[in-house]
Design a protein around this ligand. Structure first.
Ligand SMILES: NC(=O)c1ccc[n+]([C@@H]2O[C@H](COP(=O)([O-])OP(=O)(O)OC[C@H]3O[C@@H](n4cnc5c(N)ncnc54)[C@H](O)[C@@H]3O)[C@@H](O)[C@H]2O)c1
Length: 345
């Protein structure tokens, strides 16, 4: 739900719970500004560092310990304030604490607003694989207040815009509006309209297939290659402290590979591939993530949790804008060719 006044929206939602049964987890970067926006001195607050490294079982344990220490019962509410790392972590901790308590998401990044905070997917990274442990557990509400975006760095705005571009490619009637959006100045007013459209599109897809048995897989467009790139960059970060690849950037690179396969395998027109490649070169830059090892990327894709059968790479492709095709099996040779295209740009 889009809201003008986040403070009163939160108070209204929390009023359904006993005063001593409400707790908050918040991105530590937002602790000062966020806590003054919440303005509720009674709610205990746990501050967490948002990073893919921290999206771990250890952090979930920290949240469980915090909930136990506050005496939260099964009638409690956890408020998760932050980007996708915090909402995924908080949602998973809430869904598993005492077999599940209510939680509400207050997304503070563009990416979390249009994607991570809706749809009920929660989870953590495990065994070097992205989101490989988790569950479906929808929040009792998602309160979207775009005021948070005033402090969000341009790089994070572009990361969120990557997921918006994905929505534009899988649903009808949004792509040209996204192509017209001015990424140099990023005006908030027109962005707000686009956010509402992307959220509505996702909610409609999720309502039709909450557990990703069919239709919902369209939302994975760009993510088979994107997740492999992200995992490879997490490996490099753990080894040498290299800069990690943002999720939305990985999705943009993944969409280029999957658009390439959409053109070569299912006859998609070349225009969206050309438009996205140009946009990538202008705003996102080439994938400079020490993750160009194609063999390793293909091995990661073969382990992807989205695959229906072990070692068989499964992708969503598009026939044209607004017409996605799920369950497209990709051979390692085809994956290699798509990566070659991506790295040649
Ligand atoms: N559950 C889902 O359906 C789903 C969908 C897409 C992505 N995800 C997950 O979301 C995560 C990525 O989300 P993200 O990009 O929001 O990452 P994030 O939570 O790491 O936030 C990105 C950065 O922005 C900072 N930040 C957050 N809000 C801010 C603000 N208002 N002002 C300034 N800085 C701010 C954070 O501290 C962090 O450094 C990934 O782990 C991805 O797997 C989940």
């Amino acid at each position: 739900m889009m809201c003008e006044n986040i403070h009163s929206a939160l108070q209204t939602l929390a009023a359904k719970y006993a005063e001593d049964q409400v707790c908050v987890v918040i991105d530590e970067k937002l602790a000062d500004s966020g806590e003054s926006i919440i303005r509720h001195p009674e709610w205990p607050i746990l501050r967490l560092a948002a990073s893919e490294q921290n999206k771990s079982l250890h952090t979930v344990q920290q949240i469980w310990d915090f909930l136990f220490a506050q005496g939260i019962t099964r009638r409690g509410l956890l408020i998760c304030i932050g980007g996708g790392v915090i909402t995924d972590l908080g949602g998973f901790a809430a869904a598993t604490y005492k077999r599940g308590i209510d939680y509400v998401n207050v997304p503070t990044t563009l990416l979390a607003m249009i994607d991570a905070s809706t749809g009920g997917k929660t989870g953590i990274n495990y065994g070097g694989l992205k989101n490989s442990i988790g569950c479906f557990a929808p929040p009792v509400g998602t309160l979207i207040w775009t005021g948070w975006l005033q402090t969000l760095p341009a790089k994070e705005m572009l990361s969120g815009f990557g997921e918006m571009l994905k929505t534009g490619l899988i649903v009808e009637g949004l792509w040209s509006e996204l192509m017209r959006y001015d990424l140099d100045t990023m005006p908030l007013e027109s962005l707000q309209t686009l956010i509402a459209k992307c959220v509505a599109a996702k909610e409609q897809i999720v309502a039709a297939d909450p557990k990703e048995e069919g239709l919902r897989k369209v939302l994975n467009f760009g993510h088979t290659f994107g997740h492999a790139l992200e995992e490879k960059s997490m490996e490099a970060q753990a080894r040498s402290g290299a800069e990690p690849l943002d999720h939305g950037y990985a999705v943009v690179y993944g969409m280029i590979a999957e658009l390439y396969l959409s053109v070569t395998k299912v006859g998609c027109p070349k225009e969206p591939l050309q438009q996205l490649s140009q946009l990538m070169l202008h705003y996102y830059g080439k994938p400079n993530c020490k993750c160009s090892d194609r063999e390793a990327l293909i091995a990661l894709m073969q382990q992807d949790k989205k695959n229906e059968r072990t070692a068989q790479i499964n992708c969503t492709l598009i026939q044209h804008i607004g017409s996605p095709l799920i369950n497209q099996v990709i051979t390692p040779e085809e994956a290699n060719e798509a990566l070659e295209y991506l790295f040649s740009l």
